[in-house]
Design a protein around this ligand. Structure first.
Ligand SMILES: [Zn+2]
Length: 104
């Protein structure tokens, strides 16, 4: 059955509906400032249906989706996947180089 829809497209985090239904991320670990790009949300809508609220989202690559950034010199860990020597993918914790950390 067709349903009513009103899909809007968001060009980026400054768009009017970019953060509709997108929660602010909790601050974790040593991260100490809200990301200036996504303002703490970690992601934003690239399109959203204002009636059903189905949406497609983009991850913020400034804060790696955390919503918060490290402004000091503490290491920032991100989950990553590598191929184990045994030939299967496995999760690891990878520490970002200073050059990858915004403001670091
Ligand atoms: Zn961000």
């Amino acid at each position: 059955m067709p349903h009513a829809s009103n899909i809007v497209f968001c060009a980026g985090p400054d768009a009017a509906h970019a953060f509709d239904n997108v929660a602010v991320q909790p601050r974790t670990g040593a991260l100490d400032a809200r990301c200036p790009i996504c303002r703490g949300h970690g992601q934003w809508n690239t399109q959203i249906d204002l009636i059903t609220f189905r949406c497609m989202r983009a991850l913020c690559d400034h804060c790696h989706g955390y919503g918060w950034i490290e402004t000091g010199s503490d290491p920032v860990a991100v989950p990553d996947i590598v191929m184990a020597p045994e030939g299967y993918p496995k999760w690891i914790v990878r520490y970002l180089d200073a050059a990858e950390v915004p403001g670091g």
